[in-house]
Structure formats: structure tokens, C-alpha cells
Design a protein around this ligand. Sequence first.
Ligand code: HEC
Length: 121
Amino acid sequence: MALWVIAEPEDKFNDWMKAQLKPAADPATPSEQRGRQAFLSSACVLCHTIRGTEANGQVAPDLTHLASRMTIAAGTLVNNRGNLAGWITDPQAIKPGNNMATVPLRSEDLPPLLDYLENLK
Ligand code: HEC
């Protein structure tokens, strides 16, 4: 597990903390709306929380501000669209033995789901 420590001036840190405490951004486009629906109607919600939605799982990272992170999967991957897609479709291939199940998704739901997750700044 990798851990980044970023030293910032107090003001900047306080701004960051305030932003992190806010609930998730609402979907800004129809695609993001559809992606949120795909998330909320799948097993993702059993493990993950997105504050401000019904997703309230307590056994996996909180995704409320996922898009503001530099990396995902405890530093394993740079946080970009391609890596997110790879992680969501086959987390065990990337980090064997981790506690995320592979959740079957309809292929047409993946792009909207990525649009939604990438808007969670
Ligand atoms: C059985 C529980 C479980 C389910 C279901 C699940 N996840 Fe996860 N997820 C995890 C765990 C545990 C991790 C942390 C894995 C690690 O880093 O070792 C994780 C990590 C993630 C991450 C990376 C977060 C970060 O900051 O590192 C994303 C993004 C993610 N999951 C999205 C999803 C999506 C989208 C779904 C539904 C399609 C989903 N997960 C379903 C347990 C789950």
C-alpha cells in the first residue's frame, strides 16, 4: 500500500478539507445521471459509500470525492479513466486477492459510470 504525504500551506489544506467534507457532486450531464443510476442499482453500494446518495457501504473506500485522488487501489494505479475502467471491470487482475468483487456490468453502462465517477471531484 502506497501513501502520499502532501505538505501544503494551512489555507490550502483547509480548503481541501472543506471540499472533502461536502457531499458528492450531482450528475452534470444525462450520461453522468445514467452512470449514477448504474452505480446505485448495482452491488457497488454494498461496499462503497458516496455521500449524498443511498450508497452507504462501509467495507471499501468512500468514493464521494474519488476524482480528486491522484491514485486508486491504495497507490496501485494512477487515477485516470483507463485505469478506472480496468479496475472496475477486473480488480483481481490488477491486484490479486484484494477485497473488491468483480461486479457484472452491462457494457453500455461502463462509459456513463466512468463519466459519473470522474465527476466526483
Ligand atoms: C465486495 C465489495 C465491493 C464491491 C461490490 C465493489 N467494490 Fe470497489 N472496492 C472494494 C474494495 C475493498 C476496494 C479497495 C481495494 C484495494 O485497494 O485493495 C475497492 C476499490 C474501488 C475503487 C478504487 C477506490 C480508491 O480510492 O482506491 C473504485 C473506483 C471502486 N472500488 C469502484 C467500484 C464500483 C464502480 C463498483 C461496482 C461496479 C464496486 N467498486 C464494487 C470493494 C468493493
